[in-house]
Design a protein around this ligand. Sequence first.
Ligand code: BTN
Length: 243
Amino acid sequence: MSGQLGSHIVYYPSVDSTNSRARALLREGAVHGAVVVADEQTQGRGRLGRRWTAPPRSGLAVSVCLRPPAGFPLPLVTVTAALAVGDTVRAVVGASRCTLKWPNDVLVDGRKVCGILVELDGTPGAWTVVVGIGLNVNAAPPLPTAISLASAVGVPVPREPLLIDLLAALEGYLDHATTQPEAVMSLWRDRLDTLGRRVRVAAPSGVLEGLALDVDGDGALLLRLDDGTIRPLHAGDVSLTSG
Ligand code: BTN
């Protein structure tokens, strides 16, 4: 999967959702690495059925079309995306201020600067994947839990160089994951601030509390409940608890 991300870029001043456009492009035969980018989304989607909104031209709304080779470990798509965004953000704010939160949020000073929505279509052996990335560059939602790169560094941040860096980083991690999946998982583990912490997870099945022990090979969070049982969680929102 080398030298291809961004070889074909579709730009919209305004679009419903770059992920929706990217999925449609893949159905129409788009090549691996085609990218959809927009200045504004009118129906941006987040994880767990949420909306994703950002003022026009304030951030990066980008979706990357992937046709992973047969046998590529699909959980690693999310992992590589988080690592790639993390590298891009670290280059702007400094490594010490940027952490990753399971499953795939990127945080600056503990506040969310980027969300990632990975969507899968197709059939076993012929999956197509869209990696949707929403990065708060020059504005963030007015929430105490969110931040933009510009507010983190105190000056406006140009968006185009970020996109170039992000695509290069994602390509590098995807290549690395093709040959050395364990090494990429291990880097993700190291960057995940969630592990080793006591957390509350709002999972689709309910709210659970426990110790975030580790992640498994599928990217699931292994949560040790207070009764000692270990629950693998595949989706959810994590918050740190003090207890
Ligand atoms: C999250 O809930 O944290 C994930 C947010 C993902 C938002 C991005 S913006 C570009 C792409 N298009 C969408 O509709 N969603 C993703």
